[in-house]
Design a protein around this ligand. Structure first.
Ligand SMILES: Cc1cc2nc3c(=O)[nH]c(=O)nc-3n(C[C@H](O)[C@H](O)[C@H](O)COP(=O)(O)OP(=O)(O)OC[C@H]3O[C@@H](n4cnc5c(N)ncnc54)[C@H](O)[C@@H]3O)c2cc1C
Length: 518
């Protein structure tokens, strides 16, 4: 994806559908529409997956929590989507075993039956059968689980993925099917003709240039910000999105050696908590805190960090201390409001599509796991609203860019799938920093083919260094800035500004740094 070429097309061509927002929802819609043969434009104000879509728990799941709430259709849809994602993106989604440790005699049969229902709902797209474990088998799977009072466990299977990398691969899939996309381009307003939305006003953040994108309809896929764009359309529009924050801590792998994750179905205050092995680290979370403010860079609250630290200590043999935390990251869920004063844990996790009087289509809610189904639904509606030729959805079996069944020996290159050979051919396998598993060749690839424009684009989302080790990633920023400057034709002033901007951002992910808590 060469940004200048995509930008030139966005400015000069006419489109059927213009999508605002480059998270899971917008990118999924771009893939769906482009693969049906529509002319598609997409703009993202910062970077693909800069918002909520890079800050998830990294699970492709039906949601045991929703099973608990009795939301069977949501769980079933999500389990079917889980199976499709694993088939269409085998380089980015894989099976993961989860162990529910049990500390009371009744928990084994209780969760055992629940997980059998979960298996059954997945049908033919199931990942593997759940079963009960003895205390010894539980300790074998999770040697670091708190043994005192342990009765046994229940093991079940779900999916795991790299969220930001899937977003980048969705952008590339959309581009492969002819969509024109640009990151660092903000939608600043709507273009209307005769009361109907016929495009957007856009601003390129790199140059400050304003331009118009003409389209037969516009899809608002801006996540927690959907109400802002709805108010550009109709100043009196009432808010439909409430925000709930979820925080994760990243710990070294020794806190959870082995291949299995831990799932705590009910913490002391009734929440679900995960400890998940991910890229040779452990991700622990999450929280569910209703917030009033909306930010692209949300910060963990001290009480959210304390909650995770206390629970990690309760279920693991070694208590994590502040020095163990490699990164703290927060994300904001866009939840569709049922009415004022509703608690976020009970708001809808399902998606909602709204059509304004002007034809502006807004889609929000849902989850990463259901992005494909959300895209199918919204493009079905867009075809009606814009009176486009009715093409059927093709994404149920559409491979995502890079999909391959070939075995890739280098673990860190696996997420690139079939692009691995091209990355290897660039050479320069030396690391950008001895403490980070990121090579010079990969950074060049990010800049040349994946539209990386800033140090943050590389260290936060093309690679996941920011989440895997925030402090070390800061020391790698000068090298990454130098490589990017050479690739993008920038000077030393740009390099310097990039290093400063990245340092300021990444300090917000360093445990204990004053910048890291809200
Ligand atoms: C803590 C947490 C854990 C989660 N864990 C999971 C999980 O394990 N599995 C799962 O399936 N789901 C999970 N989810 C849910 C999932 O991450 C979200 O449902 C999904 O990422 C939402 O994607 P989105 O595209 O709607 O929003 P976003 O990813 O926020 O994308 C919206 C984009 O729009 C852009 N934008 C906004 N305004 C403009 C504008 N004016 N012009 C251009 N661009 C604009 C933003 O910059 C942003 O990038 C989790 C969510 C949270 C918060």
């Amino acid at each position: 994806m060469i940004r200048s070429e995509h930008l030139a097309a966005l400015e000069s061509e006419d489109f059927d559908i213009c999508i605002v927002g480059g998270g899971a929802t917008g990118l999924g819609a771009a893939v769906d529409a482009a693969s049906r043969g529509h002319r598609v434009a997409l703009v993202e104000q910062e970077d693909f997956a800069k918002g909520t879509s890079s800050r998830s728990t990294k699970l492709v799941h039906g949601g045991v929590r929703y099973l608990k709430q009795g939301n069977i259709p949501l769980v079933m849809d999500a389990l079917h989507e889980r199976g499709r994602m694993a088939k269409n993106a085998p380089h980015l989604v894989h099976d993961l075993a989860f162990v529910i440790p049990t500390y009371h005699w009744w928990e084994g049969p209780f969760y055992g039956i629940g997980m059998k229902v979960y298996d059954g709902l997945a049908g033919k797209l199931g990942f593997g059968a759940s079963h009960c474990l003895s205390k010894e088998e539980t300790l074998e799977r999770i040697p670091t689980i708190e043994p005192e009072g342990l009765a046994g466990g229940v093991i079940y299977h779900d999916g795991q993925f790299d969220d930001a990398r899937l977003a980048i691969h969705l952008a590339m899939t959309a581009a492969d099917h002819g969509a024109k996309l640009a990151n660092h381009v903000k939608c600043t307003g709507l273009v209307k003709e005769g009361g109907r939305v016929r495009g957007i006003e856009a601003k390129d953040a790199e140059t400050g240039r304003m331009f118009t994108i003409r389209a037969r309809c516009v899809i608002n896929a801006t996540g927690i910000f959907v109400d802002d764009l709805r108010r550009h359309d109709d100043a009196a529009a009432t808010e439909i999105v409430a925000v709930s924050q979820g925080v994760h801590l990243v710990l070294p792998k020794e806190f959870l050696p082995g291949e299995s994750a831990i799932m705590i179905p009910k913490t002391a205050d009734g929440r679900v908590l995960f400890a998940v092995p991910w890229h040779d680290r452990v991700v622990v979370g999450t929280t569910d805190t209703p917030l009033r403010g909306k930010a692209l860079e949300p910060r963990a609250l001290p009480e959210e960090i304390a909650f995770i630290m206390i629970h990690a200590a309760r279920y693991l043999t070694r208590d994590p201390g502040p020095g163990d935390v490699l990164s703290v990251f927060a994300g904001l869920r866009p939840l569709v409001k049922a009415g004022e004063g509703t608690k976020t844990a009970s708001l809808s996790r399902d998606h909602t599509i709204l059509i304004g009087d002007s034809g502006l289509i807004t889609i929000t809610g849902g989850k990463w796991t259901t992005y494909r189904k959300m895209a199918e639904d919204v493009i079905d509606r867009a075809q009606e609203v814009a009176d486009l030729e009715k093409h059927p959805c093709r994404t149920e079996e559409l491979p995502i860019h890079g999909a391959t069944t070939e075995e890739i020996p280098e673990i860190k290159l696996r997420p690139y799938g079939s692009d691995t050979a091209a990355i290897r051919a660039l050479g320069e396998p030396q690391r950008v920093h001895p403490g980070l598993d990121l090579s010079v060749g990969e950074v060049r690839w990010h800049a040349r083919m994946e539209m990386a424009r800033t140090v943050e684009d590389v260290l936060a989302r093309r690679s996941r260094c920011l989440l895997l080790d925030a402090r070390t990633s800061i020391t790698a920023a000068p090298v990454v800035a130098r490589i990017l400057a050479a690739e993008l034709g920038k000077d030393s002033t740009w390099e310097w500004a990039q290093m400063n901007a990245y340092t300021a951002l990444a300090r917000g992910y360093v445990f204990g740094d004053p910048a890291s808590t809200g």
